[in-house]
Design a protein. Structure first.
Length: 464
């Protein structure tokens, strides 16, 4: 991607205007929409104006008017969340077009969504009611009484497998709000992040709005590229990015498989793998540098493998860098599920080599085609041997192209570097299936002890 990489720094028409409208709405949520002030009304009007030429125009205009008058109902809040999501979706699409110009890969074809089963409408309504109360209070008006109202909703949602995505989102969102109570004491409000979480949760309360279920099956060879580990105080998720080569000789395509688990805040670092490992054999394959043979693995139109170990078995050794050099350029990119169209969710697998890595303090940049590309070292997990130092000494990198704070950056998943005059590959997910590394073993032992203590305490409480 050396030559087209310069495109990453070029401006994209309309991007700034769309983000300005989103920011205006986000600021309106800061003080809440119970008694909006003129500046908040203007922010709501800006959002409605930004989608004036879309099918959302009438609903957004009505919702903005009602909200500006302090009379918005739940349906109006849903409309505002939809307008904000649509705007960020347009930003996402424009950025993906630019990413495609850089990688030279085509995007897969859209497919119709699979119908979902009947959802618990009453539970969705309860979640929507709580989110509406949060919007009325605003971030500066949150208190423990308001935030605690999510607890019974989350508990009820967790009992339904189809609603656990919403339950997990609400649980994490409520935990962040609770840690920031009272809102009147906040010195800095994470307006964009909380509005993102609020909008996504609000749309997930609409029956049928959640991601489609499996739309096909995957049979063939899976070549892992790397693992993106994401950690929250209450949950952890590992997402494996890979190239799938169909057994029928069809065009290879990019897919991903995710596994997540709830976590106590005492389990950190390499100990996180203990929570994830039992649920996905793919993590073992990543650690051992192997492919996996899939047989009828359910997969969504967006390339998300709905992982089940009964549809997979260990394959032959497969080097991730060989796959990145040979298979990745010919693969088609996955389409994006409607609710995932957000610039913060852009994660385009790329392979880079021949760059000049530079380290300035804690910041690392790659000079590609004579232009700097920021390296997001903050996303490198502590649960593996990959470090910013290894990235700065690298000559090749498998990463995820991301966009944040107005610019593209690359998140390293693995690098090739030189250690004692030998080429060595270092992966962020190298300890996913287990490790003999001293630091990794120590962290895993600490996690084992912590989990054992928590289970013992839980057992005592249940016996009482």
């Amino acid at each position: 991607m050396e030559e087209p990489a310069g495109l990453l720094a070029d401006a994209i028409d309309g991007l700034g205007e769309a983000l300005t409208a989103v920011d205006a709405f986000d600021q309106a949520l800061v003080a809440g929409l119970r008694r909006p002030q003129p500046a908040q009304a203007a922010g709501l009007a800006d959002l409605a104006h930004a989608v004036a030429g879309t099918p959302l125009a009438a609903r957004a205009a009505e919702a903005a008017g009602k909200a500006a008058a302090g009379a918005a109902g739940e349906d109006h809040f849903v409309a505002l969340a939809a307008a904000r999501t649509a705007l960020l979706g347009s930003v996402h699409d424009a950025l993906l077009v630019r990413a495609e110009e850089v990688t030279g890969r085509a995007r897969g074809e859209e497919a119709g969504a699979s119908p979902r089963g009947q959802e618990a409408v009453n539970l969705l309504a309860a979640a929507r009611s709580w989110l509406s109360d949060v919007a009325r209070s605003g971030w500066q008006g949150i208190d423990h009484d308001l935030v605690s109202g999510a607890a019974h909703v989350v508990s009820a949602l967790l009992k339904d497998p189809d609603l656990r995505r919403l339950a997990t989102l609400l649980d994490g969102f409520a935990a962040e709000l609770a840690a920031s109570c009272p809102g009147t004491a906040l010195e800095r409000v994470p307006a964009r992040r909380w509005a993102d979480l609020w909008s996504r949760a609000m749309l997930l309360t609409v029956p049928g709005a959640a991601e489609a279920s499996a739309s096909g099956e995957a049979t063939g060879r899976l070549l892992p590229l790397g693992v993106d580990l994401q950690e929250h105080a209450t949950a952890v998720q590992a997402q494996v990015h890979a190239v799938f080569e169909p057994a029928d000789g069809g065009v290879p395509r990019l897919v991903h498989a995710s596994v997540s688990a709830p976590k106590p805040d005492t389990v950190v670092g390499a100990g996180l793998w203990q929570l994830l490992r039992p649920h996905m054999s793919l993590l073992q394959a990543v650690s051992e540098g192997r492919s996996m043979d899939l047989d009828g693995m359910p997969v969504t139109a967006g390339g998300d493998l709905i992982w089940s170990d009964e549809h997979a078995r260990q394959g032959e050794p497969a080097d991730a860098f060989a796959a990145a050099r040979v298979a990745l350029p010919t693969a088609t990119d996955a389409v994006t599920a409607p609710l995932d169209r957000h610039p913060a969710r852009i994660a385009v697998p790329v392979f880079m080599e021949g760059y000049a890595a530079r380290k300035d303090g804690d910041a690392v940049t790659f000079a590609v085609a004579g232009r700097p590309l920021a390296v997001d070292t903050d996303r490198i997990p502590a649960a593996g041997p990959l470090t910013p130092q290894a990235v700065a000494a690298s000559g090749a990198c498998i990463g995820l192209l991301r966009w944040d704070a107005g610019a593209f950056s690359v998140q390293p998943l693995a690098v090739e570097t030189t250690v004692r005059k030998k080429a060595v590959a270092v992966h962020a997910g190298q300890w996913a299936g287990g490790t003999a590394d001293k630091a990794g073993v120590k962290a895993e032992k600490a996690a084992t002890d912590a989990v054992h203590v928590l289970r013992e305490r839980a057992g005592r409480l249940l016996r009482k």
